[in-house]
Design a protein around this ligand. Structure first.
Ligand SMILES: NC(=O)c1ccc[n+]([C@@H]2O[C@H](COP(=O)([O-])OP(=O)(O)OC[C@H]3O[C@@H](n4cnc5c(N)ncnc54)[C@H](O)[C@@H]3O)[C@@H](O)[C@H]2O)c1
Length: 254
């Protein structure tokens, strides 16, 4: 057997048009997985889809807003119609907010972070579990964050949403372990994606240096470094892992 084999795995990815979701979609497809990815950014999603199909990869794109239950249900219906059994569901769509102490974070930002990062995962997990019960099992992988493990000063709304994702991951993993459905979380620290680049663009040089060198490795993570770990999780080599939060943070939480 090939290491971290994902050939012929059918994977659904949310937030697949950018950053970690886009790189993971490409990596999985390059290794022979069939990837059905959704995003609310239709222009970026359609462009990525066309470029990956041009390389001969088996991918499909669908417009998706994870905050809307009907949209999530339509996404799953289309994915199942296209590829049949879904083996892995990667709940990756997410947003953050500009760093500030709680009193300076608008309520709207809190509600937006919870709606996308937590309620969105809730809706997607329901669809995935329903399908996986029907087909005899599967694996759900939720993008959480180190901000879901330790306190996340100045990104409290984001941190609250990611603590919620880890709570859902652990609780529901226990509920469905006997049904052959595994549920795990991935917890990166700062990774070089548009999400982090956007924050850095609003920082002065000193703040940028502090963020970039926050971990003992003194650098940001690369999207590939997260995608490789997710690819291993997607493979059968991770078969005894469930309810786990896998940390990829350059030693930040060590
Ligand atoms: N980049 C980091 O440092 C980092 C660290 C820890 C965790 N994460 C998590 O990883 C995931 C991916 O982050 P990223 O850095 O690649 O971000 P990104 O901004 O590059 O990509 C996020 C994608 O999610 C999509 N999206 C946002 N709201 C959506 C919605 N309502 N419905 C559908 N799609 C939606 C965006 O359009 C975008 O394509 C997020 O859950 C994020 O919280 C990122």
């Amino acid at each position: 057997m090939k290491a971290a084999d994902v050939e012929n795995k059918h994977v659904v990815v949310t937030g697949g048009a950018s950053g970690i979701g886009a790189k993971t979609t490409e990596l999985l497809a390059s290794r022979g997985a069939k990837v059905f990815f959704g995003d609310r950014n239709v222009a970026a999603g359609a462009a990525l889809c066309e470029s990956l199909q041009g390389k001969g990869y088996e991918v499909a794109f669908f417009e998706l807003d994870v905050t809307q239950k009907d949209s999530v249900n339509a996404f799953y219906k289309a994915a199942i119609a296209k590829y049949g059994q879904i083996h892995v569901a990667l709940n990756n769509a997410g947003v953050d907010h500009m760093p500030a102490r709680m009193l300076d974070v608008p309520d709207e930002e809190f509600h937006r972070n919870i709606a996308i990062n937590l309620t969105g995962v809730w809706y997607c997990m329901k669809q995935a579990i329903q399908h996986m019960l029907e087909v005899g099992g599967g694996h759900i992988i939720n993008l959480a964050s180190v901000a879901g493990i330790s306190g996340a000063p100045t990104i409290s709304a984001y941190g609250a949403s990611k603590h919620g994702v880890i709570g859902l991951t652990k609780s529901v993993a226990i509920e469905y372990a006997r049904a052959n459905i595994r549920i795990n979380a991935v917890c990166p620290s700062f990774i070089k994606t548009p999400m982090v680049e956007n924050v850095l663009a609003n920082f002065n040089q000193k703040q940028q240096n502090t963020l970039v060198s926050a971990n003992p490795m003194k650098r940001l993570g690369e999207v590939e470094e997260i995608a490789y770990a997710i690819a291993w999780l997607c493979s059968d080599e991770s078969s005894f892992m469930t309810g786990h939060s896998m940390v990829l943070d350059g030693g930040l939480t060590a």
